[in-house]
Each structure stands twice: as C-alpha cells, then as structure tokens.
Design a protein around this ligand. Structure first.
Ligand code: GTP
Ligand code: MG
Length: 196
C-alpha cells in the first residue's frame, strides 16, 4: 500500500509548496466526491475530510503519496451558498494555482456519473482547456448506477466533454481506482521525463 500523508493547507499563493514534486489535481463541483476519491486512491478513509454538505474543502490541501507526488484537493467549484467575496477569493487562489503550471502532472476533473455535466462542469472544462494541462475526466458515484446506465452515462458524459474518455469511478466500491492510478503513474513519469 502506498504511504500517504497530509502536508499542508494553502490559503494563499505564499503557501504553495516549492516546485519539484509532480502534482495530481482533483477538481470539480462541490460535493462531487473529490476528497472521497483521494481517500479511496490512498487507501485511507481519514486522510481528507469529506461531508454530505457541499463546500467542505475550502483551501488547497496537499497530500504526499508514496513520497512521489502530491495529490492536491481543490475546494469545490461553483459552491453557490458561499458569499460573493468568498467565491472571488477562491477563484483568484485557484487561478494562481493553475498559473504556476510547471509542476502539475495531471488534472483530474470529476463529474457526477448520474447526470449530464452541468453548466458549472462545462465552464470548468472550458477554463481548464486554457491551461492546456494533461487532463482526465472521472465520473464519480458509479455505485449508484446499473451497468446499463453506466455505459449510457459514460457515452453521454464523454460527448459533453469533447470526446475525452471517461473513467467510471466509485469511492464506495473502488471501481475505476486501478485505471486512475494507471493514469497517475503515466502522467508522473511523463512529467519526470520532461524534466531531464
Ligand atoms: P467539497 O469539499 O465540498 O468540494 O466536496 P467533495 O467534492 O470533496 O465531496 P466529498 O468527497 O466530501 O463527498 C461528498 C458526498 O458524496 C459525501 O457524502 C460522500 O460520502 C459522497 N460520495 C463521494 N463519493 C462517493 C461515491 O463514490 N459513491 C457514493 N455513493 N457516495 C459518494
Ligand atoms: Mg472536499
């Protein structure tokens, strides 16, 4: 099992760790299951805090996995109940985060497997496109779908996401974890290779 530890919580650019370790970023709407997926991939249910109330994660949280890369848990995108100034502050922070680019090996965009991507998901996708970072789409909570619905939803979500392939995933059953790990390893080795 891979060793996983919480490193820090960043609330401003000054808190970002110094460059060097490749980062795998988890982003998507509030409540979509970012923190839960990190816990599942790390094999530790207590690593990142999760909650049924949206808006749980409010800062950028760094976890070190196997001493090899950071898993970065971003606050949920488009959390409607937060005040306007909080949302703006959050946006500024995330924008700064993505602008430092060089250490981001992979962006994992999470969407809910049970529905077509929402306006917020599509807005986020468009925004992420601008940064031109390696990215995969993960559809969460697949345990809630029948096998039939899974393949339907997978096709539908892929269509909305410009034809990208979609990994069906469940933090509950572990579906998709192996494939996500494969993509993470691949991206990390590519990030290593581009440094030499
Ligand atoms: P914010 O931090 O608010 O942005 O949310 P988040 O994206 O980190 O979501 P979180 O992991 O806290 O999960 C939100 C809710 O969805 C919790 O009640 C989880 O138990 C539930 N959940 C997350 N992943 C799954 C899953 O794969 N299957 C099921 N059935 N529930 C899930
Ligand atoms: Mg969270």
């Amino acid at each position: 099992m891979v060793q996983a530890e919480f490193i820090k919580s960043a609330v401003s650019e000054r808190d970002f760790p110094s460059k060097g370790i490749p980062e795998v970023v988890f982003t998507g709407r509030s409540n979509v299951g970012k923190s839960s997926l990190i816990n599942r991939l790390a094999g530790n249910q207590k690593l990142a805090r999760t909650s049924s109330t949206p808006g749980k994660t409010q800062s950028i949280n760094y976890y070190l996995l196997g001493r090899r890369f950071y898993f970065v848990d971003l606050p949920g995108f488009g959390y409607a109940k937060a005040g306007k100034s909080a949302i703006q502050k959050w946006k500024d922070l995330i924008e700064r985060y993505f602008h430092k680019q060089s250490t981001i090996a992979l962006v994992i965009q999470l969407v809910d497997s049970r529905m077509p991507p929402t306006g917020i998901d599509l807005q986020l996708a468009e925004w992420l496109d601008e940064f031109q970072l390696p990215r995969i789409v993960v559809a969460t909570k697949s345990d809630k779908l029948s096998n039939n619905r899974k393949s339907q939803q997978s096709r539908l979500i892929s269509k909305f996401m410009g034809g990208r392939s979609v990994v069906m995933s469940s933090a509950k059953t572990g579906e998709g974890s192996r494939e996500i790990w494969k993509q993470v390893q691949l991206a990390a080795s590519e990030a290593d290779a581009s440094k030499t």
